[in-house]
Design a protein around this ligand. Structure first.
Ligand SMILES: [Cu+2]
Length: 120
């Protein structure tokens, strides 16, 4: 095998490795990431508690097979429906500790807490 053939094969392997990596990675968004996923017989936010600087963002990624929301009237955000495989970004503009929940599975325990600091 010539050197150029080996280089070509090595290059193809690197490209394939990157393609595989991006195929399994969920879409990413800014700030802290929270997954909406099936766990313990129902759906959960993972992590359930996040700490965000004032003005910071949280990206909610729906890693499940049903629609979810992250809703917090007290903190003034609502992702609205996040479809399976989709993400929604919210920005925290009010300092404090807030409970948020999923409109559809909140009663089953799909709840979370966001702690919004006064500065980063
Ligand atoms: Cu939900």
């Amino acid at each position: 095998m010539s050197k150029s053939t080996r280089l070509a094969i090595a290059g193809a392997l690197v490209v394939a490795a990157f393609a595989a990596l991006f195929a399994v990675l969920p879409p990413s968004g800014p700030g802290i990431k929270v997954e909406m996923k099936r766990a313990g017989g129902t759906y959960r936010f993972r992590p359930a508690t996040v700490r965000v600087p004032l003005g910071g963002a949280v990206t909610f990624f729906n890693d499940s097979d049903v629609t979810h929301t992250a809703t917090c009237p007290a903190c003034g955000f609502d992702t609205s429906d996040v479809l399976p495989g989709k993400l929604e970004v919210i920005t925290l503009t009010k300092a404090g500790t807030f409970r948020f929940s999923c409109r559809y599975y909140g009663a089953d325990g799909m709840v979370g807490t966001v702690i919004v600091g006064r500065s980063s």
